[in-house]
Ligand binder design. Sequence first.
Ligand SMILES: C[S@@+](CC[C@H](N)C(=O)[O-])C[C@H]1O[C@@H](n2cnc3c(N)ncnc32)[C@H](O)[C@@H]1O
Length: 363
Amino acid sequence: MANKNLTAAKRAKNDEFYTQYHDIEKEINAYIEYNPDVFRGKTILLPCDDPEWSNFTKFFAQNFERFGLKKLISTSYAANSKKYKSGYQPTLFEVNDPQYDEYKTKQNGKIFTLDHDKSGDGRIDVDDLEWHYLDGDGDFKSDEIKKLRNEADVIITNPPFSLFRDFLAWVLEDPKQFIIISNMNAITYKEVFPLIKENRIWLGAGKNDGRNVWYQVPDNYNNFHKEEDGKKFAFVAGTIWLANIDHGRRHQPLQLMPERDVIKYGTKEPFRKYENYDAIEVPQVKYIPSDYDGLMGVPISFLSKYCPEQFEIIGSSRTLGIPMSKIAKKGTFVQGGPRFYLSNGDGTYRRMYDRLVIKKRTL
Ligand SMILES: C[S@@+](CC[C@H](N)C(=O)[O-])C[C@H]1O[C@@H](n2cnc3c(N)ncnc32)[C@H](O)[C@@H]1O
């Protein structure tokens, strides 16, 4: 139990990681480049935000007119409800506002909306945001936020990772267009993988290559990795964006070599077949042979390069591999959940990392 609590606390710390402006800008611009009208006339909801200083709110408010938005709604989670206590202090902006309430500032969530030129300066931007306290704490699962979800056309955020499964289910409950931050691990979740396989959701356009992405963390967070201008930052490996809005990157086919050249210049040895599934093992995405017509097992990082016109996803090694216990003697292979295995050539078998099975499309 103590361990369970510790893991929960550790996970909750990552719930307070804040996305940097340039990461949001780079990702969202990819959808705009593909379709300049992608958000035109739409209501965007940014739940699980902290609108006073969230870069999501700032970015969409600043680009309200360029994107042709109908309405922007951004909501935050009450300080007292957060699992990770970050020594909450209301901003001066809030304290100086006549609406300021000493109790509600900790107990209630907030809502910021933008849909007209409040300041009268002739444009709709960040200065026109209006706010008030929510009735509840801003929990995305509450009826109050669900109502906002139902009103919105598009949901965009970096949700609390410890609640990622619940959050995705919430987005899909009343199917919405969405762009959300996630982690590579989520790809293998049973709630996520089938949707990717069916091309109902896909990886976004931004950094999906498993490299570190930097997030701003609360001032009292001790495990930060760098400090700049008095702000603390921590990195997370394996950040990805998940979306069901189209972008150009996913329609660019991978440039690959034919099997003969991969063997000659890359692997230096012929492709091998798994012992418990009829597919070849491709150890790296760049070694996928362009002219192989059969089934291929590839690392899950393939998804960041996946072009649905080029390949079809057949499934994953978590469900496709025949259990080794049915084909090999106990003690000859490492156990631990369904995976693919390669022979070591001495009667023992090597367990592979998660693999996706893909097949070339015949155009
Ligand atoms: C990873 S942070 C990201 C914040 C912001 N969207 C960003 O990217 O800068 C997730 C936020 O969700 C909040 N949160 C945690 N549980 C929540 C819940 N049940 N409902 C709504 N927000 C929640 C956290 O307190 C945190 O502020």
